[in-house]
Design a protein. Structure first.
Length: 361
């Protein structure tokens, strides 16, 4: 029989303790000092899978090139992908543009000041809608990021798995009940900041400097290691791939990935499933319309981890004739004009040396 859980309740001291701490020492971040809706939106989408330190230069460059939502809506895809190169999860930037086009068409180029209207835009889920609504517009709604779930789970010793939607919903209801109506954006940011700077994951929280340590149950009971509760993760699928660095007249061959599936539509170094030995690699080259003009040299192993998948790679570098179905570009063009996902970085970083004939770095 399904038993209804009692309502989740948070300590009444939490908002003041948190906001006093935030006021005393919050980090100065470019999207905080001037929380324009577009800037807050962009920062929240970038920060979904990226640390603040890594995201900040991307954020600044993005706004230099696309200073308004209208600019974002009109940007060519290649420019967008280049601006996102290295951040991964490229659907985020594609959805940003889709949403920007809706904002231009339906809201005159300004983000709507409404949680529900924000939630209806592509790429904006409940967390992002809550963050934008509260930070940019002062609307009193919670923003229950992963960091926030970890903090709450420890403060009240919640044994509800934090990945469950039901847990998120119950935490959102509990936070709504004590969200200070006059400072919802600061409150949400303070909780996120605490999760990022103090209440760290993997059993390493800095409780001694935490403003909540006077009433955090996990701290008071010495049970921090047991929270948050997590459900067993599915094992990540492993896939073996052979990557080819094909060289021709000081250029390297790249191709576009298919329009559907993993890294869709992005550029890649050509490759094939499985680990191809030298004879198989020769056959592959012939089947692609290439003739080697020098020896095939192994490039060694590399690995890239996606959310549900791990690529285990081996590489070959070889000079070739023939055009095949590749586009041959100089290292400079590759760096400046094409978006090559970081999955290929281990081999791509070596291309300038490989072109110069340096194979053993
Ligand atoms: S006291 Fe420790 S466990 Fe509790 S919220 Fe603060 S850092 Fe997290």
């Amino acid at each position: 029989m399904h038993r209804e859980q009692p309502q989740m309740t948070l300590p009444a001291q939490l908002p003041k303790a948190l906001l006093d701490w935030y006021d005393a020492g919050a980090r100065v971040l470019p999207w905080r000092s001037d929380p324009q809706p577009y800037h807050v939106w962009l920062s929240e989408i970038m920060l979904q899978q990226t640390r603040v330190e890594a995201a900040t230069p991307y954020f600044e460059r993005f706004l230099r090139e696309l200073p308004t939502i209208a600019d974002l809506a009109a940007a060519p895809e290649e420019q967008l992908l280049k601006l996102w190169e290295g951040l991964g999860y490229y659907n985020r930037v594609r959805n940003l543009q889709k949403a920007a086009r809706v904002v231009v068409d339906q809201y005159g180029g300004q983000l709507p000041a409404s949680f529900d209207a924000l939630l209806s835009l592509p790429g904006i889920g409940r967390y992002s809608a809550g963050a934008i609504a509260s930070i940019a517009f002062g609307i009193p709604v919670p923003a229950v990021a992963g960091n926030v779930r970890r903090v709450i789970s420890r403060v009240i010793e919640s044994d509800e798995p934090i990945s469950r939607e039901e847990t998120r919903r119950r935490m959102a209801a509990a936070l709504s009940a004590l969200l200070p109506k006059e400072r919802p954006g600061d409150f949400n940011q303070a909780l996120m900041e605490l999760g990022a700077m103090v209440c760290l994951p993997n059993g390493a929280p800095r409780c001694e400097r935490c403003p909540l340590n006077g009433f955090c149950l996990a701290h008071l009971h010495g049970s921090v290691d047991r929270f948050p509760c997590k459900e067993a993760k599915k094992e990540r699928r492993r896939e073996q791939r052979t990557i080819f660095v094909l060289l021709q007249d000081g250029r390297v061959g790249i191709r576009r990935r298919p329009a559907r599936g993993l890294l869709r539509g992005l550029w890649e170094l050509p490759g094939e499933e499985g680990f191809l030995d030298e004879a198989q690699a020769q056959n592959w080259l012939a089947a692609q319309g290439f003739s080697p003009t020098g020896p095939l040299r192994p490039l060694g192993p590399a690995k890239h981890i996606f959310t549900h998948l791990e690529w285990q790679m081996q590489g070959w570098v070889v000079p070739v004739t023939g055009a095949g179905a590749l586009c041959f570009v100089t290292p400079e063009q590759l760096a400046e004009e094409y978006c090559l996902p970081s999955a290929f970085r281990a081999y791509a970083d070596r291309i300038p040396n490989l072109i110069r004939g340096v194979f053993d770095v």
